[in-house]
Write a protein that binds this ligand. Structure first.
Ligand code: SAM
Length: 215
């Protein structure tokens, strides 16, 4: 497996990260705007939460390039941040239930408030343990937290991809210089079918499915 040239900085004790459960940065909410086809949303972001200045370019690439969500069933946004992916999916598929999962409590509060404001009442935001363990997802969408480090990221993806329903797909966006190609190679080595849907402005959008078992 190739090693990304620009590795994410190591996680060091005492520093602050967008994946801290309780961010130490004082709250300073600001509006960010998401435009996706007919959909125009004003969302509240905040310090201590990923992408607090503007909707992330990778998030936009995922929402623009991945297939539309299934019209119903359970959908997962893994690592919801303030909720741009979960809310966009929920607006596109109002009959589906969209689970927005994050470890950052400030992010989850923002996701709930943003979903309410957008009228996306089919979003349920919570900590990973709050998702019923028997739920299986028709689709998973994620701009995953690569900065937690490679092994924790692999463990996280293994945990949630195992919960794809039969025939379900996951759509992931990862920056090329943060290891998208080595992540794709690792997924393939774990017996997932991986297809590169788009490579745009340094981001790769991957479609991931369970490999059909040979008889
Ligand atoms: C790259 S950000 C994407 C945020 C948001 N979806 C967006 O597009 O703006 C990844 C998110 O994953 C969250 N995260 C980190 N570790 C996690 C874990 N173990 N389970 C769920 N989410 C996690 C982070 O807190 C962060 O909000």
């Amino acid at each position: 497996m190739s090693i990304p040239k620009n590795r994410p900085p190591p996680v060091t004790a005492g520093s602050s990260h967008y994946f801290d459960p309780k961010p130490v940065a004082p709250s300073k909410p600001r509006s960010v705007f998401l435009h996706l086809g007919e959909l125009a949303l004003e969302l509240q972001a905040d310090r201590g939460v990923f992408g607090s200045r503007a909707v992330d370019l990778g998030t936009l690439a995922l929402l623009r390039e991945a297939p539309a969500p299934p019209p119903d069933g359970e959908i997962l946004d893994l690592g919801s941040g303030y909720g741009p992916i979960a809310i966009a999916l929920a607006k596109q598929a109002p009959k589906a239930r969209v689970w927005a999962v994050d470890v950052n409590e400030r992010a989850l509060e923002l996701t709930r408030a943003n979903a309410r404001a957008a009228g996306a009442l089919n979003v349920t935001a919570g900590l990973p343990d709050e998702v019923p363990p028997d739920l299986r997802f028709a689709a998973i969408y994620s701009n995953p937290p690569v900065r937690i480090g490679k092994l924790p990221l692999h463990a996280l993806l293994q945990q949630w991809l195992a919960r794809l329903a039969p025939g379900g797909s996951a759509y992931l966006v990862v920056q090329r210089n943060l290891g998208s190609d080595s992540l794709a190679a690792w997924l393939a080595s774990e017996r997932y079918e991986v297809q590169r849907l788009k490579s745009k402005k340094g981001y790769r959008v991957l479609a991931v499915r369970k490999e059909a078992r040979k008889p």
